[in-house]
Write a protein that binds this ligand. Structure first.
Ligand SMILES: O=C(O)c1ccccc1N[C@@H]1O[C@H](COP(=O)(O)O)[C@@H](O)[C@H]1O
Length: 212
């Protein structure tokens, strides 16, 4: 079984290279200023994106972006896929997709079982992919907190989707087993301290995923 992995919150050339070399299918760059992983400079974003070979999907993480931010960040040419991690409505998701002509992955925040079905119903016709992440934490995401994975057990999701939230090298196999996810996303779980990516942990996570 091939499981696709996304390493998010990358902000240095070395960690981007490590994620690509170890087999990440997606790399993620955060455009949210309150995040410890924020890539503030468009020049840096452009340079990071330019390191990524074709076939690896460069994902821009946005939280309720306005059009100006989208235009500015996309002008770097460093983003292939938009990850919408805020409270974007289905109408806003559709408008962002139309404006940018980029595929969109909408994040569904899961606090209780019914959030899964509600999210699927709301976003399936407007998004290209979904991501399920826990609803708890001080930031809109990247809080290293898992939700109850059994909420996804046995579900049919009509779009490709990723599981996120509190994943680590030592729990990703169990998360995949319980949820049936074919894609996983990690940020905090491959950090040596908050916002600081560890190349060893990136490799460990991707090795565990490859072994599934
Ligand atoms: O990483 C952040 O700082 C962040 C900020 C705002 C929204 C989302 C953010 N991160 C994303 O959240 C998930 C799960 O992260 P974690 O593995 O639990 O730390 C992932 O997609 C992050 O990229």
């Amino acid at each position: 079984m091939t499981i696709e992995a996304k390493i998010c919150g990358l902000s240095t050339p070395e960690t981007v290279d490590a994620a690509v070399a170890a087999g990440a299918r997606f790399v993620g760059f955060v455009t949210y200023p309150r995040s410890p992983r924020h890539v503030a400079s468009n020049d840096v974003l452009k340079a990071l994106g330019a390191r990524v070979p074709q076939g690896v999907i460069r994902t821009g993480l946005f939280v309720d972006p306005d059009d100006a931010l989208l235009d500015e960040r996309l002008a770097t040419g460093a983003i292939d896929l938009l990850q919408l991690h805020g409270a974007e409505t289905p109408e806003r998701v559709a408008a962002i997709k139309a404006r940018t002509a980029k595929p969109v992955m909408k994040v569904i925040k899961v606090g209780q079982a019914s959030d899964v079905e509600r999210g699927i119903a709301a976003y399936t016709t407007v998004a290209d992919r979904l991501m399920f992440e826990g609803a708890e934490g001080t930031l809109p995401g990247g809080n290293a907190i898992a939700f109850d994975w059994t909420f996804l057990s046995g579900r049919t999701v009509p779009l490709p989707w990723l599981l996120a939230g509190g994943l680590r090298p030592d729990n990703v196999a169990e998360a995949v087993r319980v949820t049936g996810a074919r894609g996983v996303d990690v940020s905090s779980g491959v950090e040596s301290s908050r916002g600081v990516k560890s190349i060893d942990l990136i490799r460990a996570f991707l090795d565990r995923v490859k072994a599934l």
